[in-house]
Ligand binder design. Structure first.
Ligand SMILES: NC(=O)c1ccc[n+]([C@@H]2O[C@H](COP(=O)([O-])OP(=O)(O)OC[C@H]3O[C@@H](n4cnc5c(N)ncnc54)[C@H](O)[C@@H]3O)[C@@H](O)[C@H]2O)c1
Ligand SMILES: O=C(O)C1=N[C@H](C(=O)O)CCC1
Length: 246
């Protein structure tokens, strides 16, 4: 069966890559390209909409998809417990519709989060560094926030005490942002795409888990898995790991 796919944010860096990927896939057909100012309407009769826009627009776009009965695969960052619960409420009246929201569609980034969660209870110290292209509008990255959250959950579950830190004098920002007790540092550098390092330390050893997306092609296998998977997953799914059975 051919799935009809609409792309929202089609003129953006990710949107353009998704349009090309959909056009190349034998089992997918491009139903429409939508960007800022366009009326989403019935999304060109799409079965699935892929949404990569901006944090301030994504909730309204996803709610529109759900109202239209169109499944959604969402990569835009900026989701909160409150905005996720608005999606859940909208889905309650459209029980056949699926929405997948994932902070990162690169398989290596998903594995990094899972590996970091596994390692978290064994180390005294942990810090996250995310490194991105300088056109990115938000910090820390959605991926780094999620990574810090899963690390913090694992440390809480294992009763790991807070990481040691004797620094009492620091310029604002020098120790990064605290995300659920985990310091997260954001680098913006021309030449980069999307990168993350998770640093763990205990007496006498460190462990570094690093993932690099050198090209936006890295996100496409995950986006395709999401498009093909979401049609059989009614309700809200957060994270690609669910779709990949990880
Ligand atoms: N989940 C992932 O794997 C992943 C990967 C890369 C980027 N991202 C995230 O995806 C988002 C987009 O990233 P990007 O690099 O493509 O950004 P971008 O700025 O290149 O593209 C965003 C596009 O959205 C459009 N847009 C803005 N408001 C809109 C609206 N109301 N309706 C429709 N279109 C609208 C803009 O005009 C632009 O073309 C960001 O939040 C980024 O962090 C996620
Ligand atoms: O390029 C971006 O912007 C990216 N955003 C996501 C994030 O904030 O985690 C994923 C990686 C690329």
């Amino acid at each position: 069966m051919t799935l009809r796919v609409a792309v929202i944010g089609a003129a953006g860096r990710m949107g353009q890559q998704v349009v090309e990927t959909v056009e190349r896939a034998d089992d997918l057909e491009l139903a429409g390209r939508f960007d800022v100012g366009d009326d989403l309407g019935d999304l060109g009769g799409a079965d699935v909409a892929v949404e990569f826009t901006v944090p301030g627009a994504t909730l309204a776009n996803v709610l529109h998809c759900v109202e239209q009965g169109v499944h959604a695969v969402v990569g835009t960052t900026g989701w909160t417990d409150e905005s996720l619960s608005q999606v859940r409420s909208a889905l309650a009246v459209q029980p056949k519709v699926g929405v997948l929201i994932a902070p990162n569609f690169a398989i290596g980034a998903v594995l990094t989060m899972l590996f970091a969660a596994q390692a978290a209870r064994f180390y005294e110290s942990v810090e996250v560094i995310e490194l991105h292209h300088p056109d990115k509008i938000d910090a820390p990255s959605g991926t780094a926030i999620r990574t810090a959250e899963v690390i913090a959950d694992a440390r809480r579950a294992a009763d790991v005490p807070p990481a040691p830190d004797a620094t009492t004098s620091a310029l604002d920002g020098a120790r990064g942002a605290q995300v659920d007790g985990v310091p997260v540092h954001a680098v913006r550098l021309r030449g980069l795409v999307a990168h993350e390092e998770v640093l763990f330390g205990s007496p006498g050893e460190t462990l570094t888990i690093r993932h690099d997306s050198f090209h936006r092609a890295s996100f496409m296998p995950g986006v395709l898995a999401g498009v093909r998977g979401v049609v059989d997953r009614p309700g809200l799914t957060v994270g690609l790991e669910e779709i990949l059975d990880l």
